[in-house]
Design a protein around this ligand. Structure first.
Ligand SMILES: NC(=O)C1=CN([C@@H]2O[C@H](COP(=O)(O)OP(=O)(O)OC[C@H]3O[C@@H](n4cnc5c(N)ncnc54)[C@H](OP(=O)(O)O)[C@@H]3O)[C@@H](O)[C@H]2O)C=CC1
Ligand SMILES: O=C(O)C1=N[C@H](C(=O)O)C[C@H](O)C1
Length: 233
């Protein structure tokens, strides 16, 4: 498979290594908005910056190149991408986190949220820790986790960074050098604490998941998620 890497930073480089191991060719690797022909690729993988993701993804869809994006912090434009993809009959996957472990953690979070909806004694909060170069906060993964709780527990209607109102899930974002990504969900009561945590040890899980998603997407039409790719149901 001929792969375009849109964004050749920490993730672009990790994806390149795994894609080559799996027998793919990297035909475009760029950290620029232009200067390449996207139709040279069978599939594009966007891990760029929040301000560039929408244009990168739109360019692929407009040129009939299937595209997956792991870039976080641009989701206010997600519905525009969905509309464009439907209009152009393109193929697109966004995931806030491509790792198998985090996608299992997403499902565990939903099951726990459903159970906790049956009791009044606990307050939930989410903490995410990432390296100091991260541009967005809270992390895309923390937002997906908050949405998983909101969808399964009517006590919560919203999430906010550093705000702890009734019906709102507070998210705390910490930035510590070299941390690839740690997410903790805590349910606290006067009597005890229930905690679930995912800690990435490196970027390999994100990169492998992205390559697997790209392999899966080629030849399909539509908008998909990692749940479709991993068939976790
Ligand atoms: N979904 C997931 O599983 C994961 C998602 N991420 C997300 O992926 C994104 C990238 O992460 P990471 O690799 O760590 O970040 P980096 O900052 O290391 O890399 C981003 C790269 O994008 C480049 N860039 C800037 N503008 C453009 C453009 N217009 N088109 C293409 N590339 C551009 C930057 O170049 P320059 O430095 O010159 O500006 C940089 O090389 C982030 O949003 C992060 O949150 C990260 C890990 C896992
Ligand atoms: O910027 C990162 O590094 C990461 N970003 C993603 C996010 O915002 O959730 C995924 C992972 O946690 C690493």
């Amino acid at each position: 498979m001929k792969i375009a890497l849109l964004g050749y930073g920490k993730m672009g480089k990790a994806i390149e290594a795994i894609a080559i191991q799996r027998g793919h060719d990297i035909v475009i690797k760029t950290s620029e908005q232009s200067g390449y022909n996207i139709t040279d690729a069978d599939v594009a993988i966007d891990f760029s910056v929040p301000s560039a993701a929408f244009n990168n993804i739109s360019n692929c869809i407009n040129n009939q190149v299937p595209v997956i994006s792991g870039t976080t912090g641009w989701l206010e434009q997600y519905n525009d991408v969905v509309s464009l993809c439907e209009k152009q009959k393109g193929a697109f996957i966004y995931a806030s986190n491509f790792s198998l472990g985090v996608n299992i953690f997403f499902e565990l979070n939903k099951v726990l949220a459903k159970m906790m909806a049956k009791v009044d004694d606990y307050n939930v909060d989410i903490e995410e820790i990432h390296h100091t170069q991260k541009l967005d906060a809270p992390s895309g993964t923390a937002i997906t986790l908050a949405e998983g709780i909101i969808d399964n527990n009517t006590a919560y209607q919203d999430w906010k960074l550093d705000v702890s109102d009734k019906n709102t899930i507070p998210i705390t974002a910490k930035r510590i050098p070299e941390v690839p990504g740690t997410h903790t969900i805590t349910y606290n009561s006067a009597i005890d604490t229930i905690k679930i945590e995912h800690e990435a040890h490196n970027r390999q899980g994100f990169a492998l998941g992205a390559v697997i998603a790209a392999e899966w997407l080629v030849g399909k039409t539509g908008i998909f998620t990692m749940k479709d790719v991993l068939a976790l149901d």
